[in-house]
Design a protein around this ligand. Sequence first.
Ligand SMILES: [Zn+2]
Length: 355
Amino acid sequence: MLKPGSVKIAIPAILEVGRDNLGKVGKLIAKVGFGKAALFLGAGIYELVGEKIVASLAQQGIQLLRRYDQEDLHVECMMDFAFSLPARIEVIIGVGGGKVLDVAKYVSFLNNLPFISIPTSVSNDGFASSGCSLLIENRRRSVPAQMPWGIIVDIGVIQSSPARFIFSGIGDLVSKITALYDWEFEEAHGKARVNDFAALIAKKSINSLARMDLRIDIREEFFLEELVDSLIMSGIAMEIAGSSAPASGSEHLISHSLDQLAEQPQLHGLQVGIATYLMSLVQNHRQQRIAKFLTDTGFFDHVKTVGFKKTDFAAAIELAPEVKPDRYTYLHLPQNRELAKRLLEKDPILREVLG
Ligand SMILES: [Zn+2]
């Protein structure tokens, strides 16, 4: 019996981050006793890494009973597949970018099957969290699913992924700073209760990276391993909290709003990273540290090339509280929204980054 205040959480049983892990997938999965699997591969993934994984599963005698080679996020599209899986399947393996992992995670949740997450890029913490983002009636919505049963990351694969994905992962990670401050703000106003352990893990996840000497190449193995580990910790912090609060505050509300109103929404972590810097100015908390981190990693230089619009950010700031009316972040106060919009015009970094 759980005592009041204690929580029961799911932690991945397989957690492998390192070099040449793709060839070990079969061995890792066979070791825990799974013999029959369904495999979800994103577009172009078979050629990239899928072949290697299929061979490694075959080597261990793991039978592939179904394969799903697309990443359509429309729930309608995945339902037929989800409800026609052979009952003998013991595990679902997802390989690819965020989209296919979300589909595989949701199908595994619907079938109450363990899910093995094998990301080929780490543009956000979704590969290590229980939520997923799906298209429901053509709108992107966050839906609860389940924590991956296993996470296998091949650092060599992440190293060769496009730079924008790595920058997006950096942006999603730095947001823990403003998210945690919003969560404390919410608690101080009696609107939420901070789970101390979740907050501790989220804090450590960003600190281990922000305290590194970041004048190194972001493709360095050491840096990427830290980034991946930290994104995993962020996913687990949400699981402990039972909500996204430790990893997602006002900066995420701006990003969700941009997804709804921008003509061309950009990668989640790129939006979140800029919004994190903006909100650190509004919160007047750790803004130098965040500016330094995003400058030293090359994040700001990258986002300058993306084509972000100041007008979209201004509209997103206004819409932000409506995205989650039940929360109480800095942006839920009208004077802070005004300040945020003024900073878009005044702050030298934001003026340079946003067109
Ligand atoms: Zn995020």
